[in-house]
Write a protein of this length. Structure first.
Length: 251
């Protein structure tokens, strides 16, 4: 097994540790949206490490639990039966607001994003949300999103089950404090520093005096990711498995 850690492997291990965070509400059922191979890898890693979690992939190619598409996902979430979800955004700001609509004046005279779909409902109704975006640049992490698809915090009279737990990017890990509506830098990935993160982040954030480096996956985690986790992912994410682990699905 190669000792070189792929960036995707590090991100999957980071997400898995956030899922297993003992200070956060327990996770029994995780849903993963479309085009999310790294979060899916993290969830499978948690399962292969021996933790009893149920993983529902929205775009699983066979054996999909959602026979009527996303309607069932929303029903389960509204009933409080989804514990954790992942969200990203074309823009994310320092209050954990996300923008999936587009940039510029409404209805979007700049860049058009895929659309909000159920992001606001999932953000409000899921006890834990992990924000994930590989690109970490000032165009993505902005002072204020152009349009709010889903707000990071809400007034006290507005019912919501949870908000962002963290924001994981290709450069670092931020923790979110909903009481202060503010991120704190938790760790930087190898090759990054506090200065490089500030230079590439459009919003202000807090940071400790000494910022830890994000740890590599353990040998056990790497072995699981490259073996049993990849086996689980080959059918649904063949391109990802081929690129990261040089594995191909059986013909």
């Amino acid at each position: 097994m190669s000792a070189v850690v792929q960036p995707e492997e590090r991100l999957a291990a980071v997400l898995a540790r956030l899922i297993l965070d003992p200070s956060a509400p327990p996770v029994r059922h995780i849903a993963v949206g479309a085009a999310s191979p790294i979060p899916a890898a993290a969830c499978w890693l948690v399962s292969k490490l021996g933790h009893p979690v149920r993983l529902s992939l929205l775009h699983k190619r066979s054996g999909n639990p959602f026979t009527e598409g996303s309607r069932e996902l929303f029903d389960l979430t509204g009933q409080g039966r989804i514990d954790l979800f992942f969200l990203g955004g074309g823009q994310i700001d320092g209050q954990a607001n996300i923008n999936l609509i587009g940039t510029g004046e409404w209805p979007g005279q700049g860049v058009r994003f895929p659309g909000s779909f159920g992001s606001a409902f999932m953000y409000f109704m899921t006890p834990r949300t992990i924000l994930f975006r590989e690109e970490h640049s000032p165009r993505v992490l902005v002072p204020r999103v152009d349009h709010v698809s889903a707000p990071g915090v809400s007034p006290p009279e507005v019912f919501r089950r949870g908000t962002a737990q963290a924001l994981v990017t290709g450069r670092c890990v931020f923790r979110f404090d909903p009481g202060r509506a503010r991120f704190t830098l938790e760790s930087t990935h190898p090759g990054e520093s506090l200065d490089s993160i500030r230079a590439e982040t459009g919003f202000d954030f807090d940071a400790p005096v000494e910022v830890p480096t994000t740890p590599d996956p353990t040998p056990e985690e790497l072995s699981l990711l490259r073996g049993p986790v990849c086996d689980e992912m080959l059918e649904t994410y063949p391109e990802f498995c081929s690129r990261v682990w040089a594995r191909a699905a059986a013909a």
